[in-house]
Design a protein around this ligand. Structure first.
Ligand code: NDP
Length: 442
């Protein structure tokens, strides 16, 4: 039945390999559950849930610093609004295409369902490369992108946020243009600056949340993060705050990476070294190689940090960054846990290896849901015209991560092992599917 279903998906979403991968992973978990609950079959929920409610594709023209006219392609995939308005980030990266955004939007639907908040799922972005662009070029691009996007979003319709290549700077430019065009000051984007409607802890939330989720997983084994050696990939928003929280909780972070290569620091990162990384990546927009020059440690060109000995791996850069060989290396080197900060960072073969080895494997839609959770809290604060202090937001984030963990346990318990992938997929699916049943054929 799964094969038959996937054959149809591959035919009707031709060439969209990342989307096929995300659908296949969910369907493998939920198909047995659906067979036991024929109401979902009767209402054709699976066929409907894989079809985006709406896809918007648009031209983004802009002028570079040399006065040349450039053009990029912009997207917004509004995947599912059964449990709330569309919510999900914007990605600016040259690799962006419809397949990648459909996979991200699809994952987002189930992730948002797990957060326990009323959030539907969407994702968007452009095949624009922010690398090497001046602040003025970034601003002109963001203004052009928002000039079209503003027609399709709103605080009760669709609320975008950041993702790869979209951080505080881009959210600022996007928000400014939205406000100018619509003449309204509303919570239409999250990840805003704290003095103009942003939530404290939102920048930290995905990384912190991932660490809290891993803490919950370790607790099921009577274990903790204290002294654990952690390999983190990426050096952007998620990686920086994952590393910061790990260091704070007594773990040893030994690696970071970027799209050029990775650094291995056997003396481990500390808050001071992380401050260097934050300045390097967020302000100077340099390469991680410069960390190795500064702290006299090893840099590996074109490599990812999965060959080093570690107890826990935190893939926090991009999709499919851990393949089967990496997964085998991690297991061989004693890795007992994987917390996915990135979306779909492990290939299906790598996931199979982790599940077979029965290590603690926390899939992205559960482990990295902290970011969208605090985005949900930012929306609540905007609606109330209030801002909560960081302790309050952090406490709520911790509670939400614990609740997500509990939902995974609810559906993921197997003999002597917790299958978090199955647990997250079924728990995320049930809430959305039940809402779709209640709302009829729409
Ligand atoms: P950033 O743009 O802040 O950082 C991305 C990091 O990953 C950078 O170090 C970048 O390197 C590296 N990277 C990007 N593409 C590749 C690639 N193809 N190969 C190797 N390295 C790459 O993004 P975020 O930290 O926000 O996002 C990281 C991941 O986390 C993504 O998968 C995103 O979808 C996911 N995520 C993010 C959330 C958030 O709140 N920001 C929420 C939930 C998930 P370089 O500097 O060279 O570009």
């Amino acid at each position: 039945m799964k094969q038959e279903f996937m054959k149809k998906i591959v035919e009707s979403h031709a060439g969209e390999v990342e989307f096929h991968q995300a659908v296949s992973e969910l369907v493998a978990s939920v198909m047995p559950y659906i067979k036991k609950n024929p109401k979902y079959l009767k209402a054709n929920i699976l066929e409907r849930i894989v079809e985006p409610e709406r896809v918007i594709i648009f031209r983004v023209p802009w002028v570079d610093d040399q006065g040349r006219v450039q053009v990029n392609r912009g997207y917004r995939v509004q995947m599912n609004s059964a449990i709330g308005p569309y919510k999900g980030g914007l990605r600016f990266h040259p690799s962006v295409n419809l397949s990648i955004l459909k996979f991200l939007a699809f994952e987002q639907v189930f992730k948002n369902s797990l957060t326990t908040l009323a959030l539907g799922g969407g994702k968007g972005g452009a095949n624009f490369d922010p690398k090497g662009k001046s602040d003025n070029e970034i601003m002109r691009f963001c203004q052009s992108f928002m000039t079209e996007l503003q027609r399709h979003i709103g605080p009760d319709i669709d609320i975008p946020a950041g993702d790869i290549g979209v951080g505080a700077r881009e959210i600022g430019f996007l928000y400014g243009q939205y406000k100018r065009l619509r003449n309204e000051f509303t919570g239409v984007l999250t990840g805003k600056g704290v003095n103009w409607g942003g939530s404290l802890i939102r920048p930290e939330a995905t990384g912190y949340g991932c660490v809290y989720f891993v803490q919950e997983m370790l607790k099921t084994k009577g274990d903790s993060l204290e002294g654990k050696v952690c390999a983190v990939s990426g050096s952007g928003n998620v990686a920086q705050h994952t590393a910061a929280k790990l260091i704070q909780l007594g773990a040893k972070v030994v690696s970071l990476s970027d799209s050029s290569g990775c650094v291995y620091d056997p003396d481990s990162f500390c808050q001071e070294k992380l401050t260097f990384v934050k300045k390097l990546k967020n302000i100077k927009r340099g390469r991680i190689r410069e960390y190795a020059d500064k702290y006299k440690c090893k840099y590996f060109d074109c490599r990812r940090p999965w060959n080093f000995k570690c107890d826990i791996a935190f893939p926090s850069a991009t999709q499919n960054e851990i393949n089967a060989t990496d997964a085998k290396n991690l297991i061989k080197n004693g890795c007992i846990c994987v917390g996915e900060g990135a979306n779909m960072p492990c290939t299906p073969e790598a996931v199979k290896i982790f599940l077979k080895a029965k290590i603690l494997y926390g899939p992205g839609k559960a482990a990295n849901a902290g970011g969208v959770s605090v985005s949900g809290l930012e929306m609540a604060q905007n609606s109330q015209r209030l801002s909560w202090d960081s302790q309050e937001v952090d406490a709520k984030l911790k509670q939400i991560m614990a609740k997500i963990h509990n939902q995974c346990l609810c559906y993921g318990k197997e003999k002597g092992f917790i299958n978090y992938l199955k647990g997250a997929n079924i728990a995320g699916f049930v809430k959305v599917a039940d809402a779709m049943l209640d709302q009829g054929v729409v």
